[in-house]
Design a protein around this ligand. Structure first.
Ligand SMILES: [Zn+2]
Length: 674
């Protein structure tokens, strides 16, 4: 029976069924047994298991475990069987005692666990959850499970890196303290820059891509979202707190925090630009943050970010193996489950560190070996072979990241996106290319007919490719959209990586429902939560990105009256003075700003070398003001600015792009800007 083209979700085809069945038939039982043992061990450390929903004071369910109840024992045909195993194993929310009476985590409540380390007079918190709300739930559970008071007794907070699932709850841990400003909050050097790169500079593009990889709009069932591949956490909607760390770790060191010796080990440019792991010496406990996460991580992330150096990542883990392999007794990490050294398995943790090290470094090395043999970017993705000892060891399986993706990431890291073939120096835009190909084949219908035939023989990647050409040539054609969606859906049902699955299935939804993304509410530009972490200089960079320099320059050239007088002479330079608030009494810093040929330059002045304010116009504002200007909110916030040259600000504002029109742009079909 042939495939019927319509907007409905489809069952797994015979090919997909067989694909997933074959995985189960070939399950490597040795690795599965190891996984079961590790999970069993983890369960035995629980002192509180969460089995019911959690509601807030008003009775609203904020953590809904029942919403995950479709993840049952049986393997569905529509989910990769390894991924399904992972989705099931991730369902262990509660409080675990890692070291008796000393080290605890709450898990399954926020995306990343929160660590509680007992110190002489109180507690050290390791990573603070995603939001103030989920941190609150975590604290409450921890106190309930241990019978101890944590609130009001926090001695230090450590934040491993700049992803909000690791720092979002900081405010909650401070709010019960008598003198919160005295609590040291440790974080790795480069925190602010790392934060900006990940959250502000390409905030909208990244946020839109996250919708795909996280499956934000997928139904929760076995033909939709089953997991993020990390842990299966019912989502607690909440606010990300804005507390900047007050103790930046500049180099590896050991500090005593309320009687606990803590090794801080910087691992920059792994999961994030600023990243560090910690070792609690008194308890022989190593926290790896996102350097090992119970699955292979993305070294090039699908939401988009600078490619990490997987070679270095592997070396970092190897060094941890050398330094701590013998003495460490417990390892916990930013995701995945903790592991213990036991009498039965004395080498467990050494192997864990070494296995993870190999998973990263092997992929990078072999990708570059292929590159040197002449394989290009895409060929490497298809040609790289990962031995089963790496790809099937359960905590380095690809249910989050993906080895082929990481291999291509390694190529890009070292060689960039250009493959050396001059045909690819500036490829034709997708639409033009598609139209030409269709013309050469004969007609749109003919291509569609071929694609239908190939769908019936299970060639889903090819069918998705060719029908996507059709969609780009004519996004109105529903048959092409439906067939592309059907092919992507089967790819999704087969994908081991949850992120790949989510992306395939998200694209399928958008193809089946033309225009649906326009209706979705989405406010990336409201990410003011991050502003507290970002310097004025980086906010000015942000302004530079949001400034339509081409239009500003060409309009000024065409009409000399349109821009401030000094602009065309290259002298549009002003002193931007940043004040504490808009009483403009306490000046914090001064930046020289120069707008030249549509480009915004800026430089922070040294404290005492005041620029000649007689020669340069002065603009007074606050940090919030700079952000508002960059976010196209100048007109509503004029009280945040003072200047005799408001015409400069008006002119800048004219060219700042209002991003609210761009938030849900197309990915799987041509972009439509109308
Ligand atoms: Zn994380």
């Amino acid at each position: 029976m042939g495939n019927t083209l319509n907007f409905k979700r489809k069952e797994a085809t015979v090919f997909t069924k067989k694909f997933n069945q074959k995985i189960r038939e070939n399950f490597n039982l040795e690795y599965i047994a190891e996984e079961d043992k590790d999970v069993e061990e983890f369960r035995s450390h629980f002192i509180l298991r969460l089995e019911d929903n959690i509601s807030d004071k008003n009775g609203n369910v904020i953590w809904n475990i029942q919403a995950q109840s479709y993840i049952q024992e049986d393997y569905p045909d529509s989910v990769n069987s390894y991924l399904w195993r992972n989705a099931k194993e991730g369902m262990i929310p509660g409080v675990a005692e890692l070291i008796k009476g000393k080290v605890y985590i709450t898990t399954g409540i926020s995306v990343a666990p929160i660590g509680y380390i007992k110190s002489t007079n109180g507690w050290i918190i390791q990573d603070t959850g995603s939001s103030v709300e989920d941190a609150e739930v975590s604290l409450e559970l921890l106190e309930k499970a241990t019978g101890e008071r944590v609130r009001g007794h926090i001695k230090a907070i450590i934040i491993s890196h700049t992803h909000h699932d690791h720092f979002g709850g900081t405010e909650t841990f401070l709010k019960y303290e008598k003198e919160p400003e005295k609590i040291p909050i440790y974080a790795p050097i480069g925190y602010e820059k790392s934060m900006t790169n990940d959250n502000l500079s390409t905030g909208i593009a990244m946020a839109r891509r996250v919708q795909y990889q996280a499956g934000v709009f997928l139904p929760r069932d076995d033909k939709g979202y089953v997991s993020m591949g990390l842990s299966n956490t019912p989502y607690i909607p909440g606010r990300i707190s804005s507390v900047f760390p007050n103790e930046l770790i500049e180099q590896d060191k050991t500090l005593e925090l309320d009687g606990i010796e803590v090794d801080f080990i910087l691992t920059p440019d792994t999961e994030t630009e600023a990243h560090m792991v910690t070792y609690f010496r008194n308890y022989h406990t190593l926290y790896l943050a996102d350097d090992a996460v119970g699955t292979i991580h993305n070294t090039y992330t699908m939401r988009g970010a600078q490619v990490r150096d997987a070679n270095y990542w592997g070396e970092v883990l190897y060094k941890l193996y050398l330094d701590y392999g013998e003495e460490v007794e417990v390892i916990f990490a930013g995701h995945g489950i903790p592991l213990w050294k036991t009498e039965e398995r004395p080498d467990k943790l050494k192997r864990f560190l070494l296995d993870n090290a190999a998973a990263y470094k092997f992929t990078s090395d072999q990708a570059l070996l292929l590159a040197n043999k002449g394989y290009n970017l895409n060929e490497i993705g298809n040609a790289i072979e990962i031995p089963e000892s790496i790809s099937r060891t359960w905590y380095t399986r690809a249910h989050y990241g993906n080895y082929t993706f990481n291999a291509r990431g390694a190529y890009q890291r070292y060689l960039g996106f250009y493959d050396g073939n001059p045909v690819h120096l500036l490829p034709l835009p997708e639409k033009e290319l598609a139209e030409k190909f269709i013309e050469y084949v004969g007609s749109f219908e003919k291509v569609l007919e071929y694609a239908k035939r190939d769908y019936e023989s299970g060639e889903y990647q090819w069918v998705a490719t060719v029908t996507n050409h059709l969609v780009f040539a004519n996004p109105q054609n529903l048959e092409a959209r439906y067939l592309c969606a059907d092919a992507l859906e089967q790819l999704g049902y087969q994908a081991e990586s949850a992120l790949w699955r989510n992306a395939y299935l998200s694209a399928a939804i958008e193809l089946r429902n033309p225009g649906i993304n326009k209706k979705r509410k989405f406010n990336a530009m409201a990410n003011k939560d991050y502003i507290a972490y970002v310097s004025s200089g980086l906010l000015l960079d942000h302004l530079g990105i949001n400034f339509d320099g081409y239009r500003a320059e060409t309009e000024a050239v065409a009409d000399a009256n349109i821009a401030p007088l000094e602009y065309l002479n290259g002298n549009l330079q002003f002193a931007l003075q940043i004040y504490e608030d808009n009483s403009f009494e306490h000046k914090l810093e001064t930046h020289i700003v120069n707008i030249y040929k549509g480009t915004i330059f800026h430089w922070k002045e040294e404290e005492n070398s005041s620029i000649d304010e007689g020669k340069n116009p002065v603009v007074k504002t606050t940090r919030d003001g700079v952000y508002r200007l960059a976010a196209k909110q100048y007109q509503e916030n004029k009280e945040l600015f003072y200047s005799k040259r408001l015409d400069i600000l008006e002119w800048i504002d004219k060219y700042v792009v209002d991003f609210s029109a761009y938030t849900n742009f197309n990915l799987i079909e041509p972009i439509c800007l109308s």
